[in-house]
Ligand binder design. Structure first.
Ligand code: MTE
Length: 347
């Protein structure tokens, strides 16, 4: 992957994360008050819109978003706010919304960090369906509405650590992958889960580029116990709003203790397999990108060290270089998944 320095964006230009924090304080304080207040207290998107000072209003010029998909609108009413101090929370400063939606890796739209927001105009996240295949009792092609219907959406604040050594802190909205897996009832042969991104060269210019090195569609995989781990999230929103195309609309994976490339975007297929699935970056350079890809400050990439990272946004005045933590700081929760494994071999 290419390493780019972070864009230097004046914080005065856009500060939706402070609006978001304010709203969270309001939301937390409002919980437990009148039943009527509860509906807005647990509805970040709505509270935001009602205040008339929403993230949408503050989106930088050229990044205004189109109307959200119909299925998403009704879901606002029931979003569960993150539990402050819980396992799905961090009090580290949130990466500004502008950086989250404009500094992206989504090679289907190009290899530069600004390409996904610039080149995803023709991408359509609605209608959408996801095929459930392989070692599973209830295979089928399900609409996104069907996929989401039984799940309560919840907010989670996770660190995202890219293998390229930059990191962000992002408030996602989604639901545990484990809950979805249980619904479709994998057979006893299902040892891994494979995920595939949409293949659509018409709306994804990176897929029709003559210079592409990835064999499309982008694919990723997890071991079954990793997929069932409570931290593993299927995300449909970010910053109290629906997922923009450049971040993987309408539904993507978030595996916070692994390098960002495991967190596959715009998923159209989930396949349960007996054997370890092939994964895009591993197919491209197996000595650089392993199947496990757990964040590990002791196992370096062949071309760069992995013990430090730059927390975005990087500005002229802030020292945003910080040490990288084992499992991206989630070791207490996930190290047990790998006990007895040589992590320098299974990188
Ligand atoms: N998913 C697809 N389909 N294509 C990609 O190029 N890039 C990955 C991951 N998921 C990628 C993808 C990488 S390298 C990272 S770091 C994260 O998405 C970045 O997610 P973000 O742009 O939302 O920060």
């Amino acid at each position: 992957m290419l390493i780019k320095s972070a864009q230097d964006i004046p914080s005065s230009e856009i500060t939706p994360e402070s609006v978001y924090h304010e709203r969270r304080r309001f939301m937390t304080g409002a919980l437990g008050v009148a039943a009527g207040a509860l509906a807005s207290a647990v509805a970040p998107g709505r509270a935001d819109a009602a205040a008339g000072d929403g993230l949408r209003a503050r989106a930088p010029a050229g990044m205004e978003r189109s109307a959200p998909a119909a299925w998403w609108e009704g879901k606002f009413e029931s979003i569960k706010p993150v539990e402050v101090g819980g396992s799905f929370y961090t009090d580290e400063p949130l990466t500004p919304y502008r950086d989250v939606i404009s500094y992206n890796n989504f090679y289907e739209f190009g290899t530069e960090k600004g390409d996904p927001v610039a080149n995803s105009g023709a991408f359509k996240a609605d209608p959408w369906s996801v095929a459930i295949e392989g070692e599973v009792d209830k295979p089928g092609v399900y609409t996104l509405e069907d996929i989401l219907k039984p799940h309560t959406l919840e907010e989670r604040i996770y660190r995202l650590r890219c293998v390229e050594r930059w990191s962000m802190v992002i408030p996602w909205i989604g639901f545990p992958l484990a809950d979805l897996i249980k619904r479709f009832q994998p057979t006893s042969k299902a040892k891994y889960v494979e995920f595939l991104t949409l293949l659509d060269p018409e709306s994804m210019p990176g897929q029709r580029s003559r210079f592409t090195t990835i064999s499309w569609p982008y694919r990723e995989g997890l071991r079954m116990d990793e997929a069932m781990h409570p931290l593993t999230l299927l995300a449909v929103g970010v910053y109290g709003d629906y997922m923009p195309p450049q971040n993987g609309a309408p539904i993507r994976l978030i595996v916070p203790w692994k390098y960002g490339f495991k967190s596959i975007k715009s998923i159209v297929k989930i396949r349960f397999t007996e054997t370890e699935p092939a994964t895009s970056w591993n197919m491209l350079a197996a000595n650089e990108y392993g199947f496990y890809a757990n964040v590990n400050p002791e196992v370096h990439h062949p071309r760069w060290r992995q013990d430090m990272e730059t927390r975005l946004p990087q500005t002229l005045f802030s020292n945003s270089r910080i040490p990288t933590l084992p499992f991206n700081g989630y070791g207490d929760q996930v190290a047990g998944l790998y006990s007895g494994m040589d992590l320098s071999r299974y990188y």
